[in-house]
Write a protein that binds this ligand. Structure first.
Ligand SMILES: [Zn+2]
Length: 149
């Protein structure tokens, strides 16, 4: 009677395990498809410029200037980190229109690259989880071996 109970338990465990394996395989496949979409997005060959474009408002320091009364000077700048330092590049009005889509494309690339890192990690995690399902305990714990039950 006791061994029959054990057999039923094992067969339930097998069913649970195979359901989780097929679920993991399905998740792995979905993760793989998501990753391939991300890779395709990264294959774009649209040109880009590293940095962010923004409107800088500041005071020039002259006490008689309009900026001293709150009307700040506005300059478009491209900002980016270079060797750990933040750099600002002024952008002339006639350059702004051309630069904007280039900086936007860079931001888009950055976001997609971040996604690639996340999705790659997910793929590895799922692969490891599938491997865990295949792992057998060895050496067996004392009393678990054949002929001792
Ligand atoms: Zn001023």
């Amino acid at each position: 009677m006791f061994s029959l109970v054990i057999c039923i338990c094992y067969s339930i465990m097998d069913t649970v395990m195979s359901e989780s394996v097929s679920q993991l395989r399905q998740e792995l496949w979905l993760a793989y498809r998501a990753l391939s979409r991300t890779l395709r997005a990264l294959q774009r060959d649209a040109p880009m410029v590293r940095g962010s474009l923004y409107l800088l408002r500041r005071k020039c320091g002259k006490p008689t200037c309009r900026c001293a009364r709150g009307q700040l000077h506005a300059t478009w700048v491209l900002t980016r980190s270079e060797g750990g330092k933040s750099r600002l590049y002024p952008v002339a009005p006639d350059q702004r229109g051309a630069l904007r889509p280039l900086a936007r494309e860079y931001r888009r690339w950055q976001r997609t690259r971040a996604l690639l890192i996340k999705e790659s990690a997910r793929l590895v995690t799922l692969t490891d989880q599938l491997a865990d399902q295949r792992l057998q305990v060895w050496p067996p714990a004392p009393g678990d071996g054949p002929g001792t039950g």
